[in-house]
Design a protein around this ligand. Structure first.
Ligand SMILES: [Zn+2]
Length: 182
């Protein structure tokens, strides 16, 4: 189905009625939907860096200084998109009864011996960017590592400049932490 730019703008702003929203979500996508969606999002941010892919509410992979980095709509940059941005966020770990009780009072509170809740906050604007509820000791979840070169070259037919290997580089952060402790 063909969706206007105005409808997409309203959809992202939460202003679109449910009937239209449902039709957009469940209908076949226009061939140029990605480009139109990125145009709408690009108009809404205050910085000039080109959005390559929206990651989630507030976060985008952008081209910045020849690199591809994760950037918040406030302008804060988290670094190379191949490193899990969550490790560069402010993290609130709810891993005891008192802190879990604040959000899951009473019987709904999970057992802190089994579960912890992590909140990831943008250091630039204080927005809550993600929450994960995981078993104790679970590594921080890397939600998405989009293969940008394959997507642009093979799906959009517009290859990006300077191919980058799409591999998880999160270990670059954790290895720095290890060295800092020596
Ligand atoms: Zn921010």
């Amino acid at each position: 189905m063909s969706v206007s730019k105005d409808d997409l703008r309203d959809l992202y702003a939460g202003r679109l009625g449910w009937d239209k929203t449902k039709a957009i979500i469940s209908g076949p996508k226009d061939d140029d939907r990605f480009e139109t969606a990125v145009e709408v999002l690009q108009e809404q941010v205050s910085w000039p860096e080109r959005i390559l892919m929206p990651l989630r509410e507030h976060l985008y992979v952008v081209e910045s200084g020849g690199e591809r980095v994760v950037k918040c709509d406030c302008g804060h940059e988290f670094g190379d998109w191949r490193r899990n941005w969550k490790l560069s966020a402010l993290i609130i770990a709810r891993d005891d009864e008192a802190s879990l009780e604040e959000i899951y009072p009473g019987l709904r509170r999970p057992d802190p011996a089994l579960c912890e809740v992590r909140e990831f906050i943008c250091p630039g604007c204080g927005s809550l960017l993600d929450v994960e509820s995981v078993p104790v000791g679970c590594p921080i979840v890397f939600d998405a590592l989009p293969d940008l070169d394959t997507f642009y070259a093979e799906w959009l037919g517009r290859p990006l400049q300077g191919v980058r290997r799409c591999e998880d580089l999160t270990h670059e952060i954790t290895s720095r932490w290890g060295q800092a402790e020596l």
